[in-house]
Design a protein around this ligand. Sequence first.
Ligand code: F6P
Length: 515
Amino acid sequence: MVLAMARRSLEQVRMPDVGLAELMGADPDRAERLVMRVADLRVDLSRQPVTDETLGDLVEVADACGVAAFRDALLAGDRVNRTEDRAVAHPALRAPLGVAMTVDGRDVGPEVHRVLDQMSALADRVRADGRITDVVNIGIGGSDLGPAMATRALAPFAQPELRSHFVSNVDGAEIAAVLGRCRPESTLFVVVSKTFTTVETLANARTARDWLVDALGEEAVADHFVAVSTALDRAADFGIPADRVLGFWDWVGGRYSVWSAVGFALMVAIGPDSFREFLAGGRAVDEHVMSAPARENVPLLMALIGVMHRNLLGRSTKAVLPYSALLDRFPAYLQQLDMESNGKSIRIDGSPVEGPTGPVVWGEPGTNGQHAFFQLLHQGTDVVPVDVIGFARPEHELLEQHDLLMANLFAQVEALALGRPDAAEPHRRFAGGRPSTVILAERLTPSVLGQLIALYEWLVIFQGALWGVPSFDQWGVELGKELAGSLGDAIRDGSLPVADPSTAAGLAWYRAHRR
Ligand code: F6P
């Protein structure tokens, strides 16, 4: 029902009939009118190729797709993850105690806050007793990217005596390097896996366990491991005592889970109070999403503008460019959030989608990206919409460098939008007309980081609803996992697979040359 309607009304969206430069020149008020607020974020949409009519029409597309009803069903704890028959209730993780959040008709608030208190008590103990100097988070995908990105982003708020490490890749090079920098007696491992079946995580966790047991004996495991999972029994089988297993629930998707006990390593780093500020930041965006009219609903407008780029203007990628070295993992985090959610080609009812869905998301912090791929952004044949993120005040004292950083941010979005179309030599010409959304906040605090993440979560959820795709499953990663399992056997025992002669030849070469 949803996409067909969306396509019909999408085609009727009135697009501006002049370029971005002209649009901006003819209407200086845009700079005020198209700057939106959500909590502490200033979101500038004025360099997007939209008029008031365009936005009005896009909002009608959202109405036609039933986006508001989908949001309300999600927030009511209905099973909107239909392909897995589950609720999608991660906003409950950032709701204050006393605000009822129901899943399948049951208030989950008390359980959420019980785990939050359990995490806080454990994190406080680790931070206070001084014996632990290194915290190693072992997890992958949503069990790594959220805590890794956020711990890096909030490093200025972290306890300096505690070092955080993140091990995700099954490539032993990663854990070998981390263990090389740690001492068994002062290391805490946090094994994070929603399912506790993920091969990479279990392989790394076993390596960590062996390393610890070799040095300190079996009895040290209880003190030096914490597990985070929805599968409490599997975590217990790994040998982690029940009081050190932090639970969460199947209604929290992996890529939406940083707000849960999956964020434990972040909490240890920045402390429970700052972690609660982080949650409050996410909650502030939820409140905006629940109450702002569609025309002022910032994640919805960003989602609609993204759909416009993807479905009306044929733009297949989107770059996210934080002008903050501390946000260097943010693009990778958004890749999972967006591409695992909306990289789908069938709709919720199983029918094929009729047009493009989720874009390829990529990016690097400015100013580094400027000296790498910005050439293509300015003069390449593909137009890449960009989101640019910056802060008024840095968490360090090199203020002149910060001014330089921000001058670059403003220079780039101006150059992208206005270009230099009349330069004498063709190779020096910049066509301009390249769109950007600029997100600014005063500081990158725990609350502001929570706001940024929730902003993009809602953007992705709204886009999934607009496209009618099942944003909360990830069946697309299963086939590769299955094949890796059987090919692992083939590597060990030499039984060659028959399905693909190229694979057979490659494996034979690998067996001949390994070790
Ligand atoms: O790669 C697929 C995936 O299931 C992600 O969605 C998830 O975040 C990641 O693997 C890790 O899963 P788990 O937390 O169960 O180990």
